[in-house]
Design a binder for this molecule. Sequence first.
Ligand code: SF4
Length: 334
Amino acid sequence: MINKKKGRVFSGARPTGKQHLGNYLGAIKNYVALQDEYDCVYCIVDIHALTTVKTTKDLNQNTYEMALDWLAAGIRPEETIVFIQSQVPEVTELHIFFSMVTPLGKLTDLPTFKDKVRLQPQNINYGLVGYPVLMAADIALYKADAVPVGVDQAPHLEFAREVVRSFHHRYNTNVLVEPRMKATEVPKVLGIDGMQKMSKSLDNHIELAATPEETTRRVMMMVTDPQRKRRSDPGDPDVCNVFSMHKIFTSEVEVEKINFECRRAEIGCVDCKRLFAGSLNAHLGPFREKRAELAQDPGLVWDILSDGQKRASLIARKTIREVKEAIGLPLSQS
Ligand code: SF4
């Protein structure tokens, strides 16, 4: 049973396997913090992944690794519901009901759909068109009051709100909850190339679960202030990705010192990166310990996901029953 806090938050992420610093700073850290104020429902959206993945052979392992990282980072399954989207099939029912109140033209006009068409012209499947409708169903099924989103994701949530409103209007009901946006600052985390967003596919990432040695090796590859060619050149921390990361993981006093010394060429980039690797490894220490502990019993993560599925199903079944009633469909007696 969920203890009511400020309301219920829902968020989902595709099963992308071992998580990296970008995932941590962009989502996981916030997921962990939200637990203090909200009842949280976090979903591994494997059905969504099917719209774009080329092969499903890693789906299972990627789901496991991602859940393991979430738990090691501080998601508390005794209070938060963590589950796999495809294990609660009611979401596909709600998706179908929502599809009847969503104009097709609106879906094909969405910039995200156009992007997908551009990225995978050889596979413009029906699921890609209905993607935002499934997302609206994800949120509405669990009657989430709030969804944490960054500014660039705001149009998606607005779309979900519209779908809920259309449903309410079409069937003259208010059985669902129109989710509000919980504006979240999502920092743009650059990869070790210092240019593009951190991403596994670009191989510019730093994995949370990497060993300290591997982490240090990746940090030492980080691009710094591109104008600083020699050790004797003064640097500009304001344009340096290593410095941006220092501001997150290194103590304020140390950051001030680096800021001062870099501008006077009193510290070299190699030493600066070594300092950052130290800060990052210190920060990730407890995470790695917890991860290793959880990984000792692989069944544990699956048990947690199964428990999440049971708790999510209770909410989902109730919502679907209310939705069918509101539509006027005959209800099953069982
Ligand atoms: S010394 Fe540090 S902050 Fe300055 S450019 Fe080098 S890596 Fe960046």
